[in-house]
Design a protein around this ligand. Structure first.
Ligand code: SF4
Ligand code: SF4
Length: 141
């Protein structure tokens, strides 16, 4: 990784973030379990989080992005996110054109896996990642 890449990589977003004030809402999980990606991310506030937490876990109904925690996340392998590779391997969906996604230019998963990440992204909700990759534990972002 060159210096420029290394620098930009410091600010990449995790597309599997928790519902907390300041996070960006970028997708809504539809009845069929697939994500409808918003044209623009919406920064959520405390009121949104409180309302969203009244029903099923917000992370099962929405997709949020926030700064990748890197070493603060158990999925970080010291150099990159270990989760996206496991998801791509587990789901193994092939690329069929890129869906629109408002966070792509800053998404760590896309930065690492490119279109393969997107092909395997739209059925991911934060709380099923552990099942998909056969692990327990929570992302600590
Ligand atoms: S390392 Fe953790 S916080 Fe960063 S993108 Fe991966 S799952 Fe998200
Ligand atoms: S992997 Fe692709 S579709 Fe998923 S959040 Fe990142 S850029 Fe968007």
């Amino acid at each position: 990784m060159n210096t420029q890449e290394s620098k930009s990589s410091e600010h990449l977003l995790c597309p599997s973030y928790v519902a907390k004030p300041g996070a960006s809402l970028f997708g809504i999980v539809q009845a069929d379990g697939k994500v409808d990606y918003l044209p623009e991310p919406i920064q959520i506030d405390k009121t949104f989080v409180e309302e969203a937490k009244k029903g099923r876990p917000a992370e099962e109904r929405f997709r949020f992005a926030g700064n990748c925690a890197k070493g603060g996340c158990h999925q970080w392998d010291g150099h990159e996110c270990g989760l996206v590779g496991k998801i791509v391997k587990a789901l193994d969906r092939v690329e069929d054109g890129l869906q629109a996604c408002a966070i792509r230019s800053k998404c760590r998963w896309f930065a690492q896996e490119g279109a393969k990440a997107c092909a395997n992204c739209n059925e991911i909700i934060r709380n099923i990642e552990a099942k998909l990759v056969g692990e327990v534990g929570e992302v600590m972002a």
